[in-house]
Design a protein around this ligand. Structure first.
Ligand code: MN3
Length: 238
């Protein structure tokens, strides 16, 4: 592929990621551009953090995943399928693929779970809003449960809102770069389709919020892409 074709492909992939629900499509092993400018989430998430997070951390997961797959002679190019069932990965590379494959998948979703403040619905509406209210009592109660899952995650990890296999909403949390699709890694009752996830690794917030993870979580609600969450809920709850 020449440079121009590459740039065209990258641009169309970034545009497509805005239209297609992130957790219901296959993800290849390349990095899409951020769907907004690095400064677009300020003041809630700062531009320097976004630039490093996407350009260095996420990029490193992809590089390391590629190296591990090469070492294992694995030709699977769907990262979601890969991390959903790690049993086919040789033992020598399994932890590398779990961590870096999870890192690639989780971050690819995460960029699309955020959008500039004020660019979409301010909260969950329609069927998603109803499901959250009937499951958690109210939107605020949901935010409290989800925020606590993130705040109480010891060390590094993620908080999740998932649709379980029986179609119910549930808040869960995973360590490191694990996610709720990982069969055999995540407890059976916490498996499901992620429709919202929050990165609580220090690299996601430390420059602006230092040790105050709860302040990062409180600010993050301002940039949640509720349209994306609603689309994923609709696709997963069928
Ligand atoms: Mn991260």
């Amino acid at each position: 592929m020449n440079r121009r074709a590459f740039l065209t492909t990258t641009a169309s992939t970034a545009a497509a990621s805005l239209l297609v629900p992130a957790t219901s499509r296959a993800l290849d092993l390349t990095q899409a551009a951020l769907p907004y400018a690095p400064e677009a989430l300020e003041p809630h998430i700062d531009a320097v953090t976004m630039g490093i997070h996407h350009g260095k951390h996420h990029a490193a997961y992809i590089k390391n995943l590629g190296d591990a797959l090469k070492a294992a002679s694995i030709t699977q190019t769907d990262a979601v399928a890969l991390v959903s069932d790690l049993s086919a990965v040789p033992e020598a590379q399994r932890l590398l693929v779990r961590n870096n494959g999870g890192g690639h998948v989780n971050h690819s979703w995460f960029w699309n779970w955020m959008a500039p403040a004020g660019s979409g619905p301010k909260g969950p509406e329609g069927k998603l809003g109803e499901a959250i209210q009937s499951t958690f009592g109210s939107i605020d109660d949901f935010k409290k449960v989800f925020g606590e899952a993130g705040a109480k995650r010891f060390g590094s990890g993620w908080a999740w809102l998932i649709v379980t296999k029986d179609g119910k909403l549930k808040v869960t949390s995973t360590p490191n770069q694990d996610n709720p699709l990982m069969k055999g890694i995540v407890e059976e009752e916490n498996l499901g389709t992620p429709i919202l996830g929050l990165d609580v690794w220090e690299h996601a917030y430390y420059l602006k919020y230092q040790n105050k993870r709860p302040d990062y979580i409180a600010a993050w609600w301002n940039v949640v892409n509720w349209k994306q969450v609603a689309d994923l809920h609709q696709a997963a709850a069928k």
